[in-house]
Design a protein around this ligand. Sequence first.
Ligand code: DOR
Length: 447
Amino acid sequence: MEKLLIRGGHVLDPSRGIDAEMDLLIEKGRIAALGPPGTLLAEEILAAHGRCVVPGFVDMHTHLREPGFDYKETIRTGTAAAAAGGFTSVACMANTQPVNDNRTVTEYILEKARLEGSANVYPIGAVSKGLGGEELAEIGEMAEAGIVGISDDGQPVRDSHLMRRALEYASMFGLPVISHCEDKTICPGGVMNESFVSTELGLNPIPNACEEIMVARDILLAELTRGRLHIAHVSTAGSVHLIRDAKRRGVPVTCEVTPHHLFLTDEAVRSFDTTTKVNPPLRTAADGAALREGLRDGTIDAIATDHAPHEQAAKELDFSMAPFGLIGLETAFPLCLRLVKEGVLTLSQLIAKMTVEPARILSIPKGSLAVGSDADLAILDLEKRYVIDVRNFRSRSRNCPFDGWEVQGKAVCTLRAGEIVYEAENLRERSARTSWSYDNLPRKIVY
Ligand code: DOR
């Protein structure tokens, strides 16, 4: 498509401070102009009246599972799920088979994404070889190949010296170290949050301290090295407190929260439904309140899904045996829209935490509708009510605890580089004004 006009939508782009009804013109896959309604012209039109037009969401924490675990997810199905959720860019974690700890795997992921992806894929390299926690991975080579951060996510970096070196080395390449904070020695065999519920259910507990010990250590190491630290999936009130304090002291730390830690508590585990088994575990309502306060005051920078697909057979095991993880790309936006209803965030703040903020942390040129940038965007219906049905998911997996939830808000059309990659509703409309005249001469207003 040479030129495409997104007409009559409410454009919301926190990166540019835009929050108004506008037309948006796409030319050759890039954003060519934004202008007041009726001022721009193209033959191909998407009618976005009554809809919200936002930068495509950026998920800085996705497990695409390829290479090695394509029975859980593939780059094709994972990015299709992303597009269906309004995401146009995802950063994928390194716990694949083989692990993304060298240039070859990074290049493989990028090539596969180029051939089969419906979203932009940004690989995250491992901190340590084979996620073994002993020796640094080929960080320099992977940086050259295109990784946007390093992480052993799924596993903590147990050794403090290795973590120190990772922070120092990554900073030479301008990369953040994304930390999965977990001190496994304090929770052997833990499968759920330590609380009354774990006692009642007789399940091995994981205390908040399991996360907070490592958050504290990593903050101290970031302070020592000045390396950029990003804390993944923050789940406890204590972690929020530690990060808030560190930010006040000027430590280079950022963090993310997942929708499931915001909208579920450990009470959900009473069902013994293994889709509620996740690491870090679902915590208490008090932790949820602290996470909301962290979002409100800016301690928590970004919302990320930790989309972690697992095949049905694995999740059908006993709760203690089933793997940790749940999927989130196709439910993140409608769930998080509840934060606006709750008064925790404004719509603009929510969109920022799903677009420009994660893009900023990863230093990728995404999350913005600036003229000249790739036309990656989502058209949202904020009013649409529906029931989440995992059978409709694009993901290859179904491990979603939100199945059957009634929600409001949906990406109805997602575009990547100006191409429609997801379309729940046909918004296409042909221009009635195909012949040139002075009356319809576009009056370009460029922001
Ligand atoms: O629940 C989780 N699942 N947490 C992680 O950190 C890793 C992830 C996975 O890879 O399945």
